[in-house]
Ligand binder design. Structure first.
Ligand SMILES: [Zn+2]
Length: 560
């Protein structure tokens, strides 16, 4: 009996201890980006990384995780001891009065230069913010599965870049008058603030426009606050050869100002980006494309990127193959002339910015400037980054220089339509280069391109052979095989004459580099097709001594 009591007491103590450890609060932590082994350590420990910034990651972690991270010499700082049931907001540089106001009413931390984290112990921190302040709610789902190693990125300037006359023709069709008409029509709604009926009417206007072009168009419901619905507009032009592979051109159509319920014209922000996507759609319906293009007008960007967060999360849930996202947000107000366009990307999307600059150069379009900074998260490209999709933001200036920004004076008469037309042409040219206009009378590129790496290592040597295969195209005289070390550009031909087999072995390649392949079909008349889908062979990255053994499970293999 006595023993039984003891056992019961012991069980009780164990139960309480178990309960205590179970309810041990998760902390919000900041992880400094340091060293090539960091990603391996994060993956090995299955850390719930929530946000990538310029110099750090923000993550949720328990005490064990923090101890283990420190064991890997990863610099960790605890930002909040109990991250349960709280919402956090990320904010860009703040003026001193806003800063002191927010610090009085909640917790305000500068997590890296120019990025603030704001939260309150209870309630919605968003309710405290002054209207029109750019913001991004800290994601609650981990982005760990989508983190990729930062690889050296090198354009190859020696690769001759063939300009495509069809792409030049497509970009040249952007009409200044059409852009003007669309911006005027959007401004005429007076306000497109998310909670107003005018915002819903504007969405219907965009829907009708796409429908009139003959596109498949749908509304996507977005709950922008409890029980309140606004709608994204999603129009699709299916690809003729690879309908599953998608390119997106997008921008938000909602607007904001101090007087947002009655007047928020939002001509530059962001009737400009919305109109550019709409004009691009008009032109692309005249040119069949190999790949699918979607035109998306997002709602509720100004209140925390809500429309794009819903869209990107659903796309990932369906595991859609989104090749790249071109987000246009404020592309019509030059603070000085000549103005250049800022092309903003995270490290994983660097290829897309490089492609943008490459296309601008090849077709003599607007001057573009590449900025790689994962901390520029205050527009609709950012949720795509979170879900591991390549995306860029095209914007006239960052930080914003437009003096009418988020004011009742952001009107059509302040825009420069020459610059606007050039920005829209550049975005459309990049989109067309990636989606590939069909050339009638030309052969069709092969499907089902696959790449399998075989790695060989010895004490003295380490290399890989990559075995490529694809499905035969009836009537083909042969195939050309192209390789690049960066995505979707700088392809160099590998074969000296078209190969007649549907396999190719690319030999003696570096183990630590990425390789991208496409194949074309050559017809009996010598004409060559557009490129096939691209396959990507990942590098074998030496993560750290500890993770050498399982590096293959992290980085080895092929991604389509
Ligand atoms: Zn905007």
């Amino acid at each position: 009996m006595k023993h039984l009591k003891l056992v019961l007491v012991l069980l009780l103590v164990m139960g309480i201890a178990g309960l205590l450890s179970f309810t041990e609060p998760l902390r919000l932590i900041r992880i400094q980006k340091a060293g090539p082994g960091l990603l391996g350590a994060l993956m090995r420990l299955q850390i719930d990384v929530l946000q990538e910034l310029g110099t750090c990651f923000l993550a949720r972690a328990d005490r064990e995780d923090i101890r283990a991270l420190r064991g890997y010499s990863v610099p960790v700082a605890v930002l909040d001891l109990d991250a349960r049931r709280k919402s956090y907001l990320l904010l860009p540089s703040l003026s001193p009065p806003v800063r002191s106001n927010l610090s009085r009413r909640g917790h305000l931390l500068e997590v890296e230069a120019g990025t603030f984290l704001f939260w309150t112990e209870t309630g919605d921190p968003g309710a405290i913010l002054p209207p029109g302040l750019p913001q991004k709610p800290l994601p609650t789902a981990t982005i760990l599965p989508y983190l990729k190693p930062a690889l050296p990125f090198q354009k190859n300037p020696s690769v001759a870049r063939p300009a495509n006359d069809l792409v030049a023709e497509i970009a040249g069709r952007i009409s200044e008058d059409n852009l003007r008409g669309l911006v005027q029509a959007l401004q005429n709604f007076q306000t497109r603030y998310v909670s107003t009926p005018n915002c819903a009417t504007a969405a219907q206007f965009i829907f009708n426009y796409y429908q009139a072009l003959g596109l498949d168009v749908r509304f996507q419901d977005v709950e922008y606050s409890a029980g309140a619905i606004s709608r994204n507009v999603v129009a699709e032009l299916p690809g003729r050869i690879y309908p599953e592979d998608v390119l997106i051109i997008c921008g938000h159509y909602d607007s904001i100002s101090d007087d947002m319920t009655t007047l928020a014209p939002g001509a530059d922000d962001n009737a400009s980006g919305t109109a550019a996507a709409m004009e691009a759609a008009r032109i692309l319906t005249l040119y069949p494309l190999d790949f699918t293009v979607r035109f998306v007008a997002f709602t509720a960007e100004e209140t925390g990127l809500i429309g794009s967060r819903v869209y990107a999360a659903e796309a990932r849930a369906r595991n859609e193959k989104i090749i790249g996202v071109i987000n246009l947000d404020m592309i019509a107000y030059p603070d000085e002339l000549p103005e250049d366009l800022e092309i903003i990307v995270n490290p994983a999307s660097e290829w897309l910015a490089a492609k943008f600059l490459d296309v601008c150069g090849a077709y003599g379009l607007v001057a573009a400037n590449q900025v790689v900074n994962a901390a520029i998260i205050y527009s609709d490209h950012s949720p795509f980054w979170d879900w591991g999709y390549a995306a860029l933001l095209a914007i006239e200036d960052y930080p914003v220089q437009n003096p009418y920004y988020h004011g009742i004076t952001d009107t059509i008469d302040t825009l420069n339509f020459g610059f606007f037309r050039d920005s829209a042409r550049a975005a459309l040219a990049v989109l067309a280069e990636l989606a590939q206009p069909v050339r009638f009378g030309y052969p069709i590129a092969p499907e089902q391109l696959r790449a399998t790496p075989y790695t060989y290592s010895s004490l003295y040597n380490s290399f890989k052979n990559i075995h490529l295969s694809w499905a035969a195209r009836p009537g083909a005289a042969g195939y050309n095989i192209y390789r690049s070390s960066i995505s979707h550009q700088d392809y160099q031909i590998l074969n000296s004459a078209p190969v007649t087999a549907t396999v190719y072995l690319d030999r003696y390649l570096r183990n630590d580099s990425s390789f991208f392949y496409v194949v074309t079909t050559v017809g009996t008349d010598g004409l060559e097709s557009n490129y096939s889908q691209q396959v990507w062979v990942w590098p074998e990255v030496a993560v750290s001594a500890q993770t050498q053994a399982d590096r293959y499970s992290f980085f080895g293999g092929v991604q389509r």
